[in-house]
Write a protein that binds this ligand. Structure first.
Ligand SMILES: [Ca+2]
Ligand SMILES: [Ca+2]
Length: 344
């Protein structure tokens, strides 16, 4: 009888494991293969050898790029070097990157580990750059003032909060005001692995201001990129492991009401919003297993989904629009190449 019980429990355990394994592989999009496509108008920008995580373009065509992210489970190309913020001028014929020097006495450069970034331009044209960083795998938001003449970032403040334990991306709505995604509930690497493997969907998005911090949306299976429409009425959140982009209506008191969700056959990451048309451009990973189990002979690749204007999103005509937009694929030697760039 005891043996039967043990066998039954073992069988149940194995069935549960098999179910989770199969669901995990589907959520990772492990069976997706892509063919490399030559993009004739694409050029390799030199000087970003350790990958590029996120990008923000100002109205004048200056772009900030975060590079050198060290994220548990993902291949790091320069493990001994801190991360950097690069500047690129998209008005140039053949744009190059320049490392922005960071100034400010209280900032520890050696542990700078930049992840998602966002900018806020004040009424007096002061540009603030907000950067998610993971010093010693913790989560902070570093607030900088961009000094264009000197090509420097003046460090103003480090923001930490118990509701910001595992930040991935932010979208600034003021100099010290932002929405942020936590990509996991847990901080400990071992627990985050189980959280992701079991698909607990405990990740969440927060509104932060110096006076108020509140969870605004939850139940995500890896909340990742976050952005806002140019008119400030809609907030978009990428749910990586569910392959969805969620659209929320933003209210005057900063709360969010879910409007709709869009499905993709890819792991959605950072979201860029065209400031003129409101189109979304989403950096995506076709196959998550290749990102987490990096093989230089079989690199993960990246792709972009584009032209989903928020008007279209709200009129529920996304599918038709998406098909006409087309999808671009590009094999990349980098494991994280999570943004899609637009500027014209
Ligand atoms: Ca961002
Ligand atoms: Ca991201």
């Amino acid at each position: 009888m005891a043996k039967l019980m043990v066998l039954t429990l073992l069988g149940l355990g194995l069935a549960l494991f098999r179910d989770h394994r199969s669901s995990y592989l589907t959520r990772m999009n492990a069976f997706r293969e892509i063919k490399p496509v030559e993009l004739p108008n694409c050029k390799l920008v030199k000087g970003i050898e350790s990958g590029s995580e996120d990008l923000e373009v100002l109205h004048n065509g200056l772009a900030f790029i975060s590079t050198g992210l060290k994220y548990p489970g993902i291949k790091v190309f320069e493990p001994d070097k801190p991360g950097k913020i690069l500047l690129m001028d998209l008005n140039e014929e053949d744009p190059t990157v320049l490392e922005l020097r960071i100034t400010g006495s209280n900032f520890d450069l050696s542990s700078f580990n930049p992840h998602g970034i966002s900018t806020f331009t004040d009424e007096d044209n002061t540009v603030y750059l907000l950067v998610v960083s993971h010093p010693d795998l913790k989560s902070t938001v570093e607030l900088f003032k961009f000094q264009e003449e000197e090509k420097t970032l003046l460090h103003l403040k480090t923001i930490k909060h118990k509701l910001l334990p595992k930040i991935n991306d932010i979208v600034a709505v003021g100099p010290e005001h932002f929405y942020a995604t936590n990509d996991h509930y847990f901080v400990d690497t071992y627990l985050t692995f189980w959280e992701m493997y079991l698909g607990l969907a405990w990740s969440y998005a927060v509104y932060y201001s110096p006076n108020e911090v509140q969870v605004m949306a939850s139940g995500f299976d890896f909340a990742n990129g976050i952005n806002i429409s140019p008119d400030g009425k809609y907030v978009y959140i990428a749910e990586s492991m569910a392959h969805k982009i969620h659209v929320y209506e933003k209210h005057a008191n900063w709360t969010l009401t879910p409007l709709k969700s869009l499905d993709f056959d890819t792991i959605v990451d950072n979201i860029s919003v065209d400031p003129v048309t409101g189109d979304l451009w989403i950096g995506c990973h076709p196959n998550g297993m290749k990102v987490f189990f990096y093989d230089p002979e079989n690199p993960p690749g990246s792709e972009g989904e584009g032209t989903i204007s928020h008007q279209v999103v709200c009129q529920k005509r996304v599918k038709e629009k998406k098909e006409t937009a087309g999808t671009t694929y590009k094999m990349s030697k980098w494991s994280s190449n999570n943004f899609t760039l637009f500027y014209s």
